[in-house]
Design a protein around this ligand. Sequence first.
Ligand code: NDP
Length: 236
Amino acid sequence: MTGGGRGIGAAISRKLAEDGYRILLTYSTSSKPAELLVDDIRNSGIDAVAVNCDVTDAREVALLATHPWVSEGIEVLVLNHGRYDRIDAKSLDYAHLRRTMSTNFEGSFLVWDSVKSSLNSEARICVIGSQLGTRGSPHGADYSASKAALALWARSLAQAVGADGKRVNIIAPGFVDTDILAGDTPEKRASRIEEVPLKRIGTPDDIAEAVSYLVSDEANYITGAVIHVNGGLYLP
Ligand code: NDP
């Protein structure tokens, strides 16, 4: 579970722990919330551990594979980490594009590549994309491109590993109440709510519920799907 210590990742970690999985979650800069979450999960009777891993650092990602829980086999892999810096597409520079791609897309590839030999035969993989990976954004060209690449990479993987018994799916959230929206003015927030047919901003739990379903046996004929969890905000 990458980026599992805060925001949407924390909700997914909690939900998968409720589902009975022991949780290895990674964090990059937010050690405190990650450690507190691990304590909470352990107090609920499920084992959990937080591992420091910046997905843009190939050496740190390679070390993940040496963790004993990884070596013992992975049932569910969730690639959730991501960054969104909201930059006008017209002023995006190459350094920033590289940073976003190396986090959102290449970082996901690196994690997969590092742990793929430890995936159980019927492992389930869930990738957190974005609605912007399909529709684009004038203030997120780098982000949208990284999420589009991520989704198509994951769909390709689904086609490649299906015969081995593994499933790969993508969740594309709409607006979700995390630090990503923390800079919104009250007016901006109100206009977002107005834009959503269900008339509310999504919660991290909305996304966690979808992950829980996709990795469950109930979803055992679903692979390569992009599931839009967005209150109807964007209907491709
Ligand atoms: P947050 O900004 O709250 O959390 C981002 C997460 O990504 C943190 O756990 C952070 O870890 C981790 N992360 C960022 N950079 C790195 C890195 N280099 N290496 C490892 N981990 C990293 O965002 P959300 O919880 O909202 O987003 C979670 C996912 O959902 C992201 O992929 C995002 O793109 C996607 N999403 C979110 C939407 C929203 O409206 N909130 C909408 C659509 C998609 P740390 O804090 O330890 O650095």
